[in-house]
Design a protein around this ligand. Structure first.
Ligand code: NAP
Length: 242
C-alpha cells in the first residue's frame, strides 16, 4: 500500500465485520488505504480480522457493539467521532435472517430483533454520522440490502420486509443528502456464500456462487467513483442461474 492508495486518510466504519461479507469489505477498504473501524458483537472474531488487515499492512481497529441496542450504537458513534473527528464511509452491512416459516408463525421477538438490526440500526448509524459528513461535504453510506428486498420471499417475510424497508429508507435519505455531496447507495446481492441464516448460504453449491469478495469489490467501486458520479444501486446475481 502506498500514500497514493485511493482511500488514504479516510475513516471507514463497517458493521457486521466479524465474518462473511462485512469482513471482506473491511479487508478491501483497508487494502485501499482507509483506516477501517470494524464492529460486530464477537470481539474474538473482530480481533482476527483486524490482525489479518494489520498483517497485510493496513490500518484497522475494532469495537464490539450489539446493533439491537440503540445506546450501544450511540456510544460507538461517539467514540469514533471523538477519536477520529470524521467518518468518510459507513457500510451498513450487519444483518440477520429468519427463514423458519410463514409470517403468521413468526414470533414477535424474532420480528423485533430482525427489524432492529436490519432496519433500525442503519437509521441510527446514518443519524449519528450524517452530520459529520454534511459538515465535511463528503461521505458515502453503503447499505447491504438483498434481492429479497426486490422480490416476494415466502417463509422469510420479515427478512424481505426489512430489506424492502431498507431500500425505501435509504433511497429517500439519498435524496436528502446528495445536495451535501454525501452519497447513499444500496447493494443488493442474491445468495452469497457465507454463514448467513444458520449457514444456509454456505450450504449452497460453491460452484458459481457469489463470494464475499465479489461484494467487497462492488463496495470498493462505489467509494472510489468520481466525485460527480453517484451509483445509487447495484443488483448482483450469480452469472450461472441454477
Ligand atoms: N449471504 C447471503 O446470501 C446474503 C445475500 C444477500 C444479502 N445479504 C446481506 O449481507 C449482509 C451480511 O451478511 P453475511 O452473509 O455476511 O452474514 P453473516 O456471515 O451471518 O454475518 C453477519 C454479520 O452481522 C453481525 N451481526 C449479527 N447480529 C448482530 C448484532 N445484533 N449486532 C451487531 N452485529 C451483528 C455478525 O457479527 P456478530 O455475530 O459477531 O455480532 C456478522 O458479522 C446482511 O445484511 C445480509 O442480509 C446476505
Amino acid at each position: 500500500m502506498t500514500q497514493t492508495s485511493p482511500l488514504t486518510g479516510q475513516i471507514a466504519v463497517v458493521t457486521g465485520a466479524s465474518r462473511g461479507i462485512g469482513a471482506a469489505i473491511a479487508r478491501k477498504l483497508a487494502s485501499l488505504g482507509a483506516h477501517t473501524v470494524l464492529t460486530a458483537r464477537n470481539q474474538d472474531q473482530l480481533d482476527k480480522i483486524v490482525a489479518q488487515i494489520t498483517a497485510a499492512g493496513g490500518h484497522a481497529e475494532s469495537h464490539p457493539c450489539d446493533l439491537a441496542e440503540p445506546t450501544q450504537i450511540d456510544t460507538l458513534a461517539r467514540l469514533i467521532l471523538e477519536t477520529h473527528g470524521r467518518c468518510d464511509i459507513l457500510v451498513n452491512n450487519a444483518g440477520v435472517g429468519w427463514f423458519e416459516g410463514p409470517l403468521h408463525t413468526t414470533p414477535l421477538e424474532d420480528w423485533d430483533q430482525l427489524l432492529a438490526i436490519n432496519l433500525r440500526a442503519p437509521y441510527l448509524l446514518l443519524r449519528a454520522f450524517a452530520p459529520a459528513m454534511i459538515a465535511a461535504q463528503r461521505g458515502h453510506i453503503i447499505n447491504i440490502s438483498s434481492l429479497a428486498g426486490k422480490n416476494p420471499v415466502p417463509n422469510a417475510a420479515a427478512y424481505a420486509a426489512s430489506k424492502w424497508g431498507l431500500n425505501g429508507l435509504m433511497i429517500s435519505a439519498a435524496e436528502e443528502l446528495r445536495q451535501h455531496r454525501v452519497r447513499v447507495s444500496l447493494v443488493a446481492p442474491g445468495t452469497v456464500r457465507t454463514e448467513f441464516g444458520s449457514g444456509q448460504s454456505s450450504q449452497k453449491s460453491a460452484l458459481g456462487a457469489i463470494q464475499p469478495n465479489d461484494i467487497a469489490a462492488i463496495v470498493a467501486l462505489l467509494v472510489t467513483q468520481a466525485d460527480e458520479s453517484f451509483i445509487s444501486e447495484v443488483l448482483i446475481r450469480p452469472t450461472l442461474k441454477k
